[in-house]
Design a protein around this ligand. Structure first.
Ligand code: PLP
Length: 367
């Protein structure tokens, strides 16, 4: 049965853009220029302009942006990378894919973001980079990571996959470290009609390396300076993203308004804890904590009321079989978050009447 309040409604977002997208797609189908063409270049220019960085390199996915970003920053076998234990798998997968070792750090239980004090405790001389994640669309306060990076002579790669358009007093996500990775996966706040990603930086050398790496390490046709990847963003995707880009600011504002309504409507409900109401967040997810082991019960109650929810993420990274090594209890804040978080529907097309159903249903559960 289809939920009355779906967790996400991607087709509703694309519907008003159909005509624009189809017109450009027809033109591209007629020219046959499917990769590394004018649409991709225009997207890179527009993203760089919007984010306020010097260079933007479009790639095949957010994961590739992380891998290429790490390599372009000089991270490789034998190096360590400090990162959060509470993120999507790809954050740490990318570190392993370049031959380095992820050093998992605990999170601040208030914000779900990587804790800089714990990072400093776990740092060694082998650390070549720090990879914090702007989780759920909330910018990581960067100052403590910058001073740690200076002390370690390490680079900062932002995982901005959930935070296109988010900014705080420090600047825009994507411009706060030495480089940043974005994802255009369809469910992201700027999502394509398939996979896509972007690497941003203000460093020309990093950008030049990324341009090579995304295209088989090639500097000119059939000349390869190094091993790279087949990781270009195709033109059909660039069209979809360019059609969405002018709406992103309004969409992010709508997410912020919806978060405000959740805060208001759920503020007095006992048994849950709301995410901190930071104005810098663009609310890629609205993630509440459900106390006393009642998350699954609340999720099934909401499902019965026709409200879909999701859990990002049910297992912290250090407990994933692919990285297993750390004992339960070694990163307690991340482990507790994984047990408690429940993400509620939040997207620009969510109707106020649908949001009320979510709020009423949660209130009924705890009454
Ligand atoms: C925090 C984070 N990092 C990395 C990724 C990987 O992006 P992609 O799925 O485009 O490879 C995602 C998205 O799935 C993500 O949410």
């Amino acid at each position: 049965m289809k939920a009355r309040v779906p967790f996400l409604d991607i087709s509703a977002q694309v519907r008003p853009l159909h005509a624009t997208i189809l017109k450009s797609w027809s033109r591209i189908l007629a020219t046959g220029q499917f990769v590394l063409g004018a649409e991709g270049e225009a997207l890179e220019r527009e993203c760089a302009g919007l984010l306020g960085c010097r260079f933007a390199v479009a790639v095949h996915s957010g994961t590739d942006a992380l891998v290429i970003g790490l390599r372009a920053l000089g991270v490789g076998p034998g190096d360590e990378v400090l990162t959060t234990a509470f993120s999507f798998f790809a954050t740490a997968e990318a570190i392993c894919l370049v031959g380095a070792k992820p050093v998992f750090c605990d999170i601040d239980p208030e914000t779900f973001l990587m804790d800089p004090l714990d990072a400093a405790r776990r740092a060694s001389r082998r650390v070549k980079a720090i990879l914090p994640v702007h989780l759920y669309g909330l910018p990581v306060p960067m100052a403590p990571f910058r001073s740690l990076a200076r002390k370690l002579n390490a680079k900062i790669l932002e995982d901005a996959c959930q935070a296109f358009g988010a900014s705080d007093t420090d600047g825009n996500c994507g411009t706060l470290g030495h480089a940043a990775a974005f994802s255009f996966y369809p469910t992201k706040n700027l999502g394509g009609a398939g996979d896509g990603g972007l690497l941003t930086t203000n460093d020309r050398k990093v950008a030049d390396l990324a341009l090579q790496l995304r295209n088989h390490g090639s500097t000119r046709r059939y000349w390869h300076e190094r091993l790279g990847y087949c990781s270009r963003l195709d033109e059909l995707q660039a069209v979809v993203l360019r059609a969405k880009l002018p709406h992103l600011k309004a969409w992010n504002l709508r997410r912020q308004a919806l978060a405000g309504v959740y805060h208001e409507g759920l503020g007095r409900v006992r048994g849950i804890r709301l995410p901190s109401a930071k104005p810098s967040c663009i609310w890629h997810q609205y993630s509440i904590r459900v106390r006393d082991g009642r998350r699954e019960a609340l999720a099934s109650h909401l499902a019965k009321d026709g409200v879909a929810t999701s859990v990002f993420y049910p297992s912290p990274l250090h407990r994933q079989p692919a990285f297993a090594g750390k004992k339960a209890g070694s990163l307690p804040a991340a482990e507790q978050a994984a047990e408690e978080v429940l993400c509620l529907p939040i997207y620009p097309e969510l109707k106020s009447s649908q949001q009320s159903q979510v709020i009423q249903s949660i209130r009924r559960f705890f009454r």
